[in-house]
Design a protein around this ligand. Structure first.
Ligand code: HEC
Length: 150
């Protein structure tokens, strides 16, 4: 009787641990999807700004896109729990050089501020220059922390 009870308890604990493991694995799969979706939106915001530049009209519309980039960046940097590498292009360097990864994110964040200021100024050339600079900060992070497309 006692032995059965103990075995049942061991079984329950083991089952609980398995459920816990599966939950973590699922959460990490979701977080990878979420951050990829986040970057897709960042790409869309950049394309929208490119469209505004190419149209050679008013630049003010890019202010909201720059703000979107800032919001996305703040969320993005929080989407990297350890071990969330499955179906991800994030390189191990994200975790081994976490300070460098954060610095790359901060560099983009600072570029979004300049982008917003340029957009608000109405100066098309300034917006184009800030856009190019922003793109460089995206690329700088990708060079170090994202696997090349294959
Ligand atoms: C701090 C680093 C960092 C910055 C800054 C950054 N990215 Fe990325 N980006 C990544 C990483 C890491 C991935 C891979 C995510 C994954 O697969 O888990 C990625 C993936 C992407 C993807 C592919 C998403 C998909 O479909 O899977 C796009 C598009 C993208 N980034 C666009 C941008 C743009 C545009 C900017 C700048 C406005 C930017 N990124 C800035 C790190 C960064």
């Amino acid at each position: 009787m006692k032995k059965t009870l103990v075995l049942a308890m061991v079984g329950a604990v083991a089952a609980g641990a398995m459920v816990g493991g599966a939950t973590i694995a699922m959460a990490q799969a979701n977080v990878v999807k979420e951050r990829q979706e986040n970057r897709k939106q960042a790409g869309a915001a950049m394309r929208a700004i490119k469209g505004i530049i190419d149209a050679k009209g008013p630049t003010a519309g890019a202010v909201a896109e720059a703000a979107k980039l800032k919001t996305l960046e703040a969320a993005f940097i929080k989407m990297f729990p350890a071990g969330s590498t499955q179906d991800s292009k994030a390189l191990p360097a994200v975790w081994t050089d976490w300070a460098g990864f954060q610095a790359a994110s901060k560099a983009s964040d600072a570029a979004y501020d300049k982008l917003a200021a340029a957009a608000g100024s109405g100066d098309q050339a300034a917006l184009a220059a800030a856009f190019a600079d922003t793109g460089k900060t995206c690329g700088a992070c990708h060079d170090k922390f994202r696997a090349k497309a294959n």
